[in-house]
Design a protein around this ligand. Sequence first.
Ligand SMILES: Nc1ncnc2c1ncn2[C@@H]1O[C@H](COP(=O)(O)OP(=O)(O)O)[C@@H](O)[C@H]1O
Ligand SMILES: [Mg+2]
Length: 474
Amino acid sequence: MTDPARGPGSLPRRLAAVGLGGSLQRKLIWQFLAAAALAAVTLFLAIRVTADRAAEAAQDSVLAAATLALSEGLLAEDDELDLDLPPTVLSMLSAMGEDQVFYRVVLQGRTVTGYENLALPAAIPTGGEPVFYKTSLNGTPVRAASLTRTILFDGAQTDVQFALAQTRHGQAAIADAIARRAGFLGIGFFVLAVPMSLLAARAILGPIGQVADGVSRRGPQDLRPVAERVPPELAPFIAALNGFIRRLRLAHSRTETFIAEAAHHIRTPLSAIRAEAEVALHEAGDDNIRTRLRRVIRSAEECSRSASQLMDHALVMSRSDREVRGPVELGALLDGLIASMRPTADLRELSLRWRRPDEPVVVLGDRLLLETALRNILDNAIKYSNPDDAIDLLLEVSGREASVSVLDRGRGIAKADLASLAPRFQRGENVRDIVGSGLGLTMVTEVSDSHDGRFRLEPREGGGTCAHFSLPLA
Ligand SMILES: Nc1ncnc2c1ncn2[C@@H]1O[C@H](COP(=O)(O)OP(=O)(O)O)[C@@H](O)[C@H]1O
Ligand SMILES: [Mg+2]
C-alpha cells in the first residue's frame, strides 16, 4: 500500500496545490498531540498529588497510633509523672523508613519531657482525637500529630498535651518513586499518542482523499455527480462539488449543441455549393475550369464530411458522460452497420468479410455511441485500404469481454504515429490524398473510455492495420 501522505497525488499535495499547504492534516496532528501532552501532564500531576496524599495519610495513621501509644505510656503518681516510652511507638514509626522521631509532653504550659522546640498545633486538640500538622524542627520539615489526654495529677484532673513528630524522608521517597513511575507513564502515553494521532488524522481525512482520488481518476469528459458515501460533515462539500459539476455539464452540453448546430448549418450551404459545382462541371467546356470545379467539389465534400464528423463528435462528447446505458447486442449492431457501409466499400471495390458467434453478444452501453465508434473504425479501414482489398470483421467473446477486430490490408500506420492519433484533429503521416478530419479515433477512444472498454490500433502482419475494440460483457 502506498503511503497516502507521501504519494505523488496525495491529499496534502493536492491541498498544497490549491494553496492550503497541507495544513489540515498538520493542524489535526498538532491538535491531537497537544491534547495528548495535556492529558499526559494531567495524568502525571494527578498521580503525583494522589501519591503525596496517600503517603501523608499513611504517615498520619501511623503517627496517630504512635501518639496514642505515647500518651498511654505516661503514668502519674501523686505529683510525679513518669513517661515510659512504649517500644511499639518507635517500631511503628520505623515502618515508614529511616526517619527521625521527636516528641514533646506539655503539662500546664510547661514541657515535661521531649523537645521543647517542637512546635504545637495552633489549636489545642480536644476529645482525645489527634490533630495533624506540618512544621519544621531545626530546619527539617516534619509531620506531627498532637493529642490531649486528661490525667489525675496531684489530686486533680489535668490536661497533658502530647506531640509526636517524624521527618518526612520516607514519605518523600515513596512519593518520588510513584512520581517517577507517573512520569514514565505520562511519557509512554505521549509516545503512544504520536502514532495514534497520525492514524486518527489520516482516518479523519481519509474520506476527503477518497473523494479526491475518485474525482481525479476520472476521464476529462466524465461529468457524473460524485456518488461516494461520505460522512455527514463532508455532505455540504460534495453538494457544492456536484452543483459545480451540474453547471459545468450544462455549459459543456450547450457548447456541444452549439457546435452540432453550427456544423449542421454549414452543411446545408455546402450541399448547395456542391450541387451547383456539379452542374457547372457538367456544363463547362474549358478543361482548366473543369479542373478547378473538381477541386471545389472535393473541398466541399471534405468540408461536409468534417461537419458531419464535428456533429458526431459533439454527440459523443455530450452523451458519453450521461448514463444512457442499456443492453446492446453487438452482432445485430454490426450487421446493420456493415449493411449501411457496404455501398461505400463496393464503390471502392472492397470486399467486407464478417464473422460472428452464433449466440448473441450483449454488452451494456449507449447504442448510438457504440455504433458511432464502430462506424469510425470501419470507415478508416475502408478509407485507408487499396481497391480490391478485403476487410475482415470479427466479433469474438473471450472471458468476460467482447471484442471487435477490424483487419485491413491497407497502407498501414507508421509506428511513430500509433500512439499519437487519439487527440482531436490528429491525422497520420499516411493520409496523403484521403479526406478526413482527425476526429474519428478521438470519438472511438472517448466511447471506449466511457464504456470501460479498450481500443488499440496495431500493424497487421503481412501489411495493413488491425483495430481492436473490446468491451466488458453485460
Ligand atoms: N485502418 C487504418 N489504416 C491506416 N491508417 C489509419 C487507419 N485508421 C486510422 N488511421 C490513421 O489514423 C489517423 C486518425 O484517424 P481518424 O481520427 O479516424 O482521422 P481521419 O480518418 O479523419 O484521418 C488517420 O488520419 C490515419 O493516419
Ligand atoms: Mg477516420
